[in-house]
Design a protein around this ligand. Structure first.
Ligand code: AMP
Length: 145
């Protein structure tokens, strides 16, 4: 199973904010869309960083409520790991496990953002694939016996 199969099922919308949006803007967006991370874009539309709920917690713990008016750029992660549609779901699981993050933006050949995959999407895809394989095996065994 590939990243493209996940995007086909969930869609390609990616919630994003400009780098000068503040942390309160991100909190409002994360809550409204029920998501855990937002991509931060630079002025030309490229990926400038990613801000997850963990970064918001870190900002609040460090700056108290002052964090809410700081630009998202202050607390986002700038070195964003991305994947492509042809990457396997297994490779994505390994990346998320080893590097301890739960969101991976998807980029196309021109490095343009074309989706985002969360650990929840990956787990769902993996469970579906495992269930399908088990069902195929049961059918195969049933037909053989
Ligand atoms: P998460 O597990 O996605 O809530 O993120 C945990 C931490 O990793 C936060 O500091 C995020 O900014 C960062 N992070 C999330 N996704 C990525 C990614 N794809 N590449 C690099 N850092 C990330």
């Amino acid at each position: 199973m590939q990243v493209t199969d996940i995007l086909r099922a969930k869609g390609r919308d990616v919630m994003s904010l400009p780098a000068d949006a503040n942390i309160l803007d991100a909190v409002v967006l994360l809550a409204a869309k029920r998501i855990g991370a937002v991509v931060v874009k630079d002025t030309s539309g490229g990926i400038a960083g990613i801000l997850s709920e963990r970064d918001v917690i870190r900002a609040l713990a460090t700056e108290n409520v002052r964090a809410l008016v700081l630009p998202v750029a202050t607390y986002m992660t700038r070195a964003v790991a991305t994947c492509t549609e042809t990457d396997s779901v297994e490779a994505l699981m390994e990346m998320m496990t080893q590097r301890r993050f739960r969101h991976v933006p998807v980029v196309d050949d021109a490095s343009q953002l074309c989706g985002i995959v969360s650990i929840g999407d990956v787990v769902k895809a993996h469970v579906e694939e495992t269930t399908r394989e088990a069902s195929n095996l049961r059918e195969f065994i049933g037909a053989a016996g």
